[in-house]
Design a protein around this ligand. Structure first.
Ligand SMILES: Cc1cc2nc3c(=O)[nH]c(=O)nc-3n(C[C@H](O)[C@H](O)[C@H](O)COP(=O)(O)OP(=O)(O)OC[C@H]3O[C@@H](n4cnc5c(N)ncnc54)[C@H](O)[C@@H]3O)c2cc1C
Length: 429
């Protein structure tokens, strides 16, 4: 079959990798390089060129089952990063820190900090243990109603405000890259499904990155695909009466496919599908997006004032912030950046001025938000995908259950592969 894939983020690339073994695949992307690697950055650092993944692309065993299985089979090597973090107030008080400690060969998390105001360290530790022990079991036993929001989950179970506002909301607002309003209203079940207790109790040592970064991922996943069209913006997709799909580029060039997998975000997909049915239109418009800004720089004034408090991820928390503000210290998360070398930072939504002389790059992204409405839209998407004569398919981080991360993007491609009878090499037949 002739398969057209629009968009080469991880959804489009994983679909290409799965389908290309059996079918004739063409990838289109409007970017000048494969989409997943389009914002990666070459930085001159101590006489060497270092390629940074922008945005960061972390994963961990236990949750990223499809992504890591595919990486394994595609020969993409991953490595642990030294996970650690800090939470500070705007005026520089670091009220919580986590590190990994090794005791008798076991990796365990260690929490410390300086209690201040409602951020009381012993209480936050107790709350953290209570959450990590209980939440997955509560989800498994059906004790978390579908309509319960993330904030309601904590309030209903007596967690302290310091733990909710000072740790949970900032951490998950960063992971979901959304506003504080959106994270409070996230369906609790979706976030708790992401929590794998072994990660917490192994001192976060399961967190991984790709050894050679995103450039290795795009190279290996697209390796055998003969027809890759970059700098190519698709303008429209139309289903023909003969059961084919006609796609049109913005320069007027047309292509005919048996199936098209739309790997753009939902808010772009809705503009491309000229003959979208009312159900498709309503489904696609039910996925909402929020913007975020990422700055790569070397300005350490965005970090906790005491260097001893620096971790791999550093959250600065203030009740007046609408969006989460955090800085990743790339040294130690990248094999070519040693911890004692001049630092490079990755700041999400900076809330203070960055020294222009220390700014390296700035990029803007959009991320889908999970809501009750988007969960219902996902049910509709799955129903649409079961239609007998379907030949336009929706893939992307928004198009499968879970926090919109790389794993949900790959899962969405796997779901379409199942519908079209394509074998998933890491699944038992
Ligand atoms: C700041 C930040 C940090 C993140 N950190 C992590 C992390 O640590 N771990 C993790 O798992 N996830 C992380 N994510 C989320 C993850 O990056 C996304 O979930 C994932 O990249 C989405 O992939 P996708 O294939 O669904 O979509 P995209 O990557 O958005 O791909 C869509 C592609 O479609 C192309 N396109 C759009 N319209 C057209 C058109 N008309 N014609 C042709 N091409 C078109 C675009 O150019 C793009 O390449 C992070 C996201 C952000 C913003």
């Amino acid at each position: 079959m002739k398969i057209g894939i629009i968009g080469s983020g991880i959804a489009g690339l994983s679909a290409a990798w799965l389908f290309n073994k059996h079918h004739d695949v063409t990838i289109f992307d409007r970017q000048s390089s494969l989409g997943m690697d389009a914002f990666s950055l070459d930085v001159e650092h101590q006489g060497k060129t270092i390629r940074l993944d922008v945005p960061m692309r972390l994963s961990y065993a236990g949750y990223y089952k499809n992504l890591l299985a595919m990486y394994g089979l595609a020969g993409i090597k991953t490595q642990h990063i030294k996970a650690s973090g800090s939470f500070s107030t705007l005026d520089g008080k670091t009220y919580a820190k986590f590190r990994n400690i090794s005791v008798a060969g076991l990796n365990l998390p260690r929490f410390t900090g300086q209690s201040t105001g409602k951020y009381q360290v012993p209480q936050m530790i107790l709350d953290g243990m209570k959450y990590a022990f209980n939440a997955p079991r509560q989800l498994q036993n059906g004790m978390i109603p579908r309509a319960q929001t993330f904030e309601e989950y904590f309030k209903a179970r007596g967690f302290s405000d310091g733990f909710i506002d000072g740790v949970m909301m900032p951490m998950y607002a960063v992971m979901c890259t959304c506003s504080y309003d959106a994270i409070r209203n996230y369906p609790a079940e979706v976030i708790i499904d992401n929590l794998k207790p072994h990660m917490f109790f192994s001192g976060f040592q399961q967190i991984r990155r790709v050894v050679n970064g995103t450039q290795e991922v795009v190279k290996r996943l697209s390796y055998d695909v003969k027809d890759i069209r970059l700098n190519t913006t698709i303008e429209s997709i139309t289903r023909t009466p003969e059961g084919k799909v006609l796609i049109k580029q913005d320069d007027g060039t047309e292509h005919l496919f048996d199936h098209v997998l739309l790997g753009t975000q939902a808010n772009h997909a809705t503009k491309l599908l000229t003959d979208a049915t009312p159900t498709e239109k309503e489904m696609l418009s039910s996925f909402t997006y929020e913007p975020c800004e990422v700055v790569i720089h070397s300005d350490d004034s965005l970090m906790p004032p005491r260097r001893a408090d620096w971790g791999a991820i550093n959250f600065i928390v203030d009740p007046n912030h609408q969006y989460p503000y955090s800085t990743g210290w790339m040294n130690g998360m990248h094999p070519d950046l040693k911890p004692d070398a001049p630092p490079i930072f990755h700041t999400l939504n900076p809330q203070v001025e960055i020294d222009p002389k220390k700014e390296i790059d700035r990029a803007w992204f959009e991320r889908p938000i999970v809501t009750q409405q988007s969960l219902a839209a996902l049910d509709t998407l799955n129903q649409l995908h079961r239609e007998a004569d379907r030949n336009v398919w929706f893939i992307g981080s928004y198009a499968a259950y879970g926090i919109p991360l790389q794993e949900s993007a790959v899962k969405s491609s796997v779901n379409v592969a199942h519908q079209l009878g394509v074998r998933i090499p890491w699944e038992r037949q």
